[in-house]
Design a binder for this molecule. Structure first.
Ligand code: NAD
Length: 490
């Protein structure tokens, strides 16, 4: 039995400013992945519930005052949401750790503060925005306004539920849209609180709605099909993105997709390994490897392969795997039974493909009360064949593959040998090479001698099957606004 329990035993739907039960009385269980204990039940939104949420959001959009209030007033309410999140950060971090299985201190120190920053950043950023003016001689003047689009469906995955939802909600609200949010069915706890946080911050009823449920034939699909929804911002699997695009096409919805990844983390022989090793360990095993930006393929130049393997293995052996609620824990379980089966199926696949197991590959030794948890040791393979499945497919768990290479050209070829293109990482002390590799890796973000460093103004998103569109700074605002040109005869 876990030492920490949740105070939220029943996760309800937040529609038009109040928490309500599912009209179909359908509920589903929420489990702690570290123990398999049922920690709460959640109400699954029926079609009628989704319809009510979308209509409430439409009404709040059309009738105001959210869309029409001054930017300063709107943004001060969004900033208040950020303050409340910080005031409640311990509670939110505990819940996130219970629900996702991530270490409490990571949620407390990084993710919950970043969630608050997502809101305050976009509130501040929005206040700085202007428009364009194009005088046509003395006769006409054009000026541009950026107006909200309407009702946004915000659909998020289970790996960083609160952080990723606020990353969408910040620009959505700052631009004057209203929202219907759906977190992943596996991890509904923290996002459900956004309803009461918005209310306490003074955001009018109907502007923020949070529904719960599954994807196909459930809340997710109902939202993406709903005639009152104008735009969909989705983060999740590439295959889900395809399904959402098909459903949304019926009513020509605008979409922004942040999808899967399989980043190449390329370590050249001139890299500073004292920096590259600890950061690469983070990149591989943070959140049990359940990070879209994970450096899950490490391309290592052959001349330093032995040294890299030894040091990397040593660092992996020092990662403390355990109860997410303990301060020393560096890695918890993966999120669910279904996901555990998917991740561990790659142990068989790796064996069939003759990968060499360097470290891990089994359940760690843990105290009795964590016996049922979905744990896997940090696991390291070497695979010479870059076409092997563990080198190309997104595993989304604590399994990393080292792929040796000899030349820069070969490294680039391997790095681009995947359908994904979210990000890449380069470790080298050679400036020209750093630029060359950064230019030729086909991915939306390249980190040179670092990883996971984010400036919220910078574009974030994927090439290839890793996404459509960009988030961050004005890129987010572009998605959440309609540009209107007004031409005046003078
Ligand atoms: P998922 O695609 O299974 O689910 C994501 C969300 O979509 C959930 O809320 C789910 O209920 C909903 N959904 C599922 N089917 C749907 C449908 N047909 N219509 C509408 N909604 C539907 O993803 P997941 O397993 O929760 O998350 C892991 C994936 O997310 C990984 O592929 C990871 O790379 C990706 N991810 C990407 C980023 C990024 O920024 N690019 C960030 C985090 C996670």
């Amino acid at each position: 039995m876990s030492k920490i329990q949740t105070h939220i035993k029943e996760v309800k739907l937040f529609i038009n400013g109040e928490y309500v039960e599912s009209s179909s009385h359908s509920i589903f269980e929420v489990k702690n992945p570290a123990t398999q204990e049922i920690i709460a039940t959640a109400h699954e939104a029926s079609y009628e519930d989704v319809d009510r949420a979308c209509r409430a959001a439409r009404k709040a959009f059309e009738e105001g005052p959210w869309r029409t209030m001054s930017v300063a007033e709107r943004c001060s309410k969004i900033r208040r949401m950020a303050e409340i999140i910080l005031e409640r950060k311990e509670e939110l971090a505990r819940l996130e750790a219970l629900d996702v299985g991530k270490p409490y201190h990571v949620a407390l120190e990084r993710e919950i503060p970043r969630a608050a920053e997502n809101l305050s950043f976009f509130a501040n950023f929005m206040e700085q925005q202007g428009g364009e003016t194009y005088p046509m001689g003395e006769e006409f003047l054009n000026y541009t306004r950026y107006e909200p689009v309407g009702v946004a469906a915000l659909i998020t995955p289970w790996n960083l539920p609160f952080m990723l939802t606020t990353w969408k909600l910040g620009p959505c609200l700052a631009a004057g849209n209203t929202a219907v949010i759906k977190p992943a069915e596996t991890t509904p706890l923290t996002v459900s609180l956004l309803g009461e946080i918005a209310k306490e911050a003074g955001i009018p009823d109907g502007v923020v709605n949070v529904i719960q449920g599954f994807g196909p034939d459930s809340a997710g699909e109902y939202m993406t099909d709903h005639p009152d929804v104008d735009l969909i911002s989705f983060t999740g699997e590439t295959s889900t993105g395809k399904a959402i695009m098909k459903t949304g096409a019926n009513s020509l919805k605008r979409v922004a997709f942040e999808l899967g990844g399989k980043a190449a983390n390329i370590v050249f022989e001139d890299a500073n390994l004292d920096k590259a090793i600890p950061v690469s360990i983070q990149a591989a095993f943070m959140n049990s490897g359940q990070v879209c930006l994970a450096g899950s393929r490490i391309l290592v130049q052959r001349s330093i392969l032995d040294e890299f393997v030894e040091k990397f293995k040593q660092a992996a052996s020092e990662l403390k795997v355990g109860d997410p609620q303990d301060v020393e824990t560096k890695m918890g379980p993966v999120v669910s039974e279904e996901h555990y089966k998917k991740v561990t199926s790659y142990l068989e696949i790796a064996k069939e493909e003759n990968a060499t197991l360097v470290f891990g590959g089994k359940r760690p030794d843990l105290p009795d009360y964590l016996e049922e948890g979905y744990y896997l040791e940090p696991t390291i393979y070497i695979q010479e064949n870059p076409n092997a499945r563990i080198c190309r497919e997104e595993i989304f768990g604590p399994i990393v593959t080292l792929i040796p290479f000899d030349t820069e050209e070969e490294a680039l070829e391997i790095a681009n040998n995947t359908d994904y293109g979210l990000n890449g990482v380069v470790w080298t002390d050679n400036l020209q090479r750093a630029h060359r590799i950064s230019h030729h890796v086909r991915a939306g973000t390249i980190w040179v001698n670092c990883w996971f460093v984010r400036d919220l103004r910078a574009p974030f998103g994927g090439f290839k099957k890793s996404g459509i569109g960009r988030e961050g700074g004005h890129h987010s605002l572009e998605f959440f606004t309609e540009a209107k040109n007004i031409c005046i005869a003078l």
